[in-house]
Write a protein that binds this ligand. Structure first.
Ligand code: SAM
Length: 300
């Protein structure tokens, strides 16, 4: 049996009781360590807490050598640990499909995930459109496929959850050219970098899917003791220092419910200014009022 076990967001003790009991009966325990990080626990902390060796599974192992992970899964119990919930990235769904093809049974044990950002900052799941990923721009690669998705969401008034890039094991190409394999330290995209990139693309495309004044919420270290939220405009968040990773951003859509706004004001430095930005944004992509119905004249 392959057990996919969610670890929650922050600490080794965030695992569920069912998840912990399952790990204890597994013969091998893998930790997927590249789509997210546990903010306040290391691999060693996990091993101590579980009383078991934990094998780090990097992208190469999960995506190209999954046979190693799934080996003997028909007869042995294997645990595959994922930070957050077990289905937060396509790579996890892919592993389940490969296990099924090999006749290995799969069970998922869910946990809190970055999806909890929605409720934690006072917003309603019903008002969200498609989520988007924002990747680090490089000198000659500045992908903007997120733009059309945000525009689609905002045209129908929905909020967008933006998940930010994590680069865990990047080769240093200059060193590789010299015949040495050297990896760069991990990089986690910050709220400010995300917002700067969004502003750059809006300036380039100019279709006004959003503007520098669009209201957003920065979500930092969700689920950890230092979690924080900040409600401000996109241009303000481009200059905001949100502290240690991990970060996400929510861009609001026009359908902000009064209750959502009331909750969000708690996170705004200047409540009046934020309220004004939300009210102005509610005029965005507002459908025109229907044409007046012409009264038909009836004659007997
Ligand atoms: C691909 S998602 C991983 C989802 C993970 N499996 C889960 O269920 O939470 C990774 C991105 O989600 C966001 N994220 C994950 N945990 C977060 C947290 N605790 N606080 C803020 N953002 C978080 C970050 O933008 C991060 O780069």
């Amino acid at each position: 049996m392959l057990y996919l076990i969610g670890l929650g967001l922050s600490h080794e003790t965030d695992i569920t009781v069912r998840g912990l009991e399952t790990i204890k009966k597994c013969s091998r325990v893998y930790l997927e360590a590249y789509t997210s990080i546990l903010m306040t626990a290391s691999k060693e902390d996990l091993e101590k807490f579980y009383g078991k060796e934990v094998i780090l599974a990097d992208r190469e192992m999960v995506e190209s050598k999954s046979d190693e992970i799934l080996h003997n899964g028909q007869t042995e119990d294997i645990a595959f640990l994922v930070v957050g919930d077990v289905f937060g990235a396509t790579t996890h769904t892919d592993l389940v499909i490969r296990a099924r093809e090999l006749g290995i049974k799969v069970e998922s044990i869910h946990n809190a995930s970055v999806m909890n950002a929605v409720g934690a900052c006072g917003l309603q799941l019903y008002n969200f459109g498609q989520a988007v990923s924002i990747v680090f721009f490089t000198e000659n690669w500045r992908p903007d496929s997120f733009y059309a998705k945000i525009e689609e969401n905002r045209k129908i008034g929905l909020h967008t959850l933006l998940l930010l890039d994590i680069k865990v094991k990047e080769p240093n190409f200059k060193e590789m050219m010299r015949g040495r394999t050297v990896y760069e330290p991990p990089r986690y995209m910050s709220v400010s970098t995300c917002c700067e990139q969004l502003l750059e693309i809006e300036e380039k495309r100019g279709e006004k899917a959003y503007t520098p004044d669009t209201p957003c919420v920065a979500v930092s270290r969700l689920g950890s003791p230092t979690q924080s939220f900040k409600a401000a405009t996109l241009k303000e968040l481009a200059e905001y220092d949100a502290g240690a990773p991990l970060h996400s951003v929510v861009m609001l859509g026009r359908q902000v419910h009064d209750l959502e706004l009331e909750y969000l004001l708690e996170f705004a430095d200047d409540k009046e200014a934020f309220k004004k930005a939300v009210r102005a944004d509610q005029e965005y992509f507002k459908p025109p009022p229907p044409p007046p119905v012409e009264e038909e004249e009836f004659s007997d």
